[in-house]
Design a protein around this ligand. Structure first.
Ligand SMILES: [Zn+2]
Length: 165
C-alpha cells in the first residue's frame, strides 16, 4: 500500500513540475510579444529592444521607448531595431528612422491596464506617431513619400528622449 501511495505522490510531483514549466514558458512568451512599457501587443515589424535607466526591455516601437526615457528622465540606449519593410533585425546605429508618419503600428484602443487590471484612459498616446526603422536612406524616404513623416538618424532620436518639456 505504502509503495502505491509513493507512486501517486511521484506522479503528482511530475505533474506539478510540468505545470510550472508550462506557466514559465508562457510568461516568457508574453514578455516577447507584449511591450515592456505600455503592455501593448508588439508589431513584429516595429519591435525594438531598448535599455532605459539600465533595464532592458522589448518594446512596441522606438517612439514608446523615447517617451519612457523622457518621462522617467532616464538615459536611453537602443540595442536592436527592426526593419519595418521586411522584419529583419538592424543595428540601431546603422538604421534610418521615420518619425511622425500617418502609420499606426500598435494595436491600440487608447486604454491601458493599470496594476489593478482596470482599464485607464490614456490622456495621450505614448506610441503615436510611431517611429519606424529602415536599413537604408532610400527605403526610409520611400516610406515618407507614401506615409509622410521625417527621416532621422539615431542621434536625433536619442536627443528627443532627453528633451525637457
Ligand atoms: Zn509600447
Amino acid at each position: 500500500m505504502a509503495k502505491k501511495a509513493s507512486i501517486y505522490a511521484g506522479v503528482a510531483l511530475v505533474l506539478i513540475a510540468a505545470l510550472f514549466a508550462g506557466g514559465y514558458r508562457l510568461m516568457n512568451r508574453r514578455s516577447e510579444t507584449v511591450c515592456g512599457f505600455c503592455q501593448r501587443h508588439i508589431n513584429p515589424r516595429s519591435r525594438v529592444v531598448a535599455e532605459v535607466g539600465g533595464r532592458t526591455r522589448t518594446v512596441c516601437c522606438a517612439h514608446c521607448a523615447v517617451t519612457e526615457a523622457r518621462q522617467e528622465h532616464k538615459p536611453l540606449r537602443l540595442i536592436e531595431v527592426t526593419d519595418y519593410s521586411n522584419g529583419g533585425k538592424l543595428n540601431p546605429e546603422q538604421a534610418w528612422y521615420v518619425d511622425g508618419s500617418r502609420v499606426v503600428a500598435c494595436e491600440h484602443d487608447m486604454t491601458k491596464m493599470d496594476v489593478t487590471k482596470h482599464a485607464e484612459q490614456l490622456s495621450f498616446d505614448r506610441c503615436s506617431p510611431g517611429t519606424f526603422a529602415f536599413r537604408d536612406q532610400k527605403s526610409a524616404e520611400a516610406f515618407v513619400a507614401q506615409n509622410g513623416g521625417i527621416v532621422k538618424r539615431l542621434p536625433e532620436l536619442l536627443a528627443e528622449a532627453s528633451r525637457n518639456d
